[in-house]
Design a binder for this molecule. Sequence first.
Ligand code: HEC
Length: 254
Amino acid sequence: MMLRLTFWLALALYGAVYAALRLAIHPPIPASVLTIYMLLTAIAILVFVSADERRFTQFIAPLAAVFEGRAPRAARIAVLAVIPLAAAWATYVRVAPSADAPFELRVIHPEPPSSLSVHGRRVEIAGLQNPLRAKGSELDKPIREGKTIYYQNCFFCHGDALAGDGHFAQAFRPIPANFRDVGTISMLQESYVFWRVATGGAGLPKSATPWNSAMPVWQDFLTEEEIWKAILYIYAGSGSTPRTWDDEVKHDKH
Ligand code: HEC
């Protein structure tokens, strides 16, 4: 009786090993390791069933019945349908696009170029300061104007509270920068932020790839002054202060 069931017992054992490896081990083992284990399991089962001639005959009996046409028609059709369907499914699983974020290492704040072109004019980044701030004048008005610019252009992505959680934020990988996070604008100089806003995702250097930034090229839509005003606002609105070139000098002296 047991002998007659050899094929099905072998199949059940294979399935049980697979289930145990998949479900009982935490954290899950990598797919490549699982493949090796399943291959070894298959070999072990084949070695076992082929060690005894009677057992082996029983093992291949159901297969022989199907392929030699002795099994019931329905069983033969089922087997012939399952094989291509399984192949199709395996192919689909491999090529189907996934909504998961790809696991890629990328430079969050790549080295900026030494200069950038804004509206066709070359601007050196070293020493570049926000002209509105440099004047030392009253900042209330430009901040207010920057706020308008922000809510007309940036808030869809960077969010109502500047926390990188605007309406469209979840559609992007990477998600828009959270200006309240200490890891974003508060650790950057305004010149750097100006470069990022003016040239957007397209302005990121090749060395920063892979990077699929959705950040638009704002010099195509805003004047230089509007960009500086928006920058004033993202600092004021998020309660952060930019790093300055003075900090840099002090830092270097230490
Ligand atoms: C279409 C969505 C979108 C809009 C609109 C948008 N951004 Fe962005 N922004 C992003 C994404 C995504 C990132 C993160 C990837 C990157 O740094 O390029 C980003 C990054 C930034 C960064 C870089 C911050 C850092 O820590 O490096 C700044 C600064 C910035 N945005 C400012 C702005 C300003 C100012 C506006 C409006 C004038 C704006 N963004 C509008 C999507 C957007």
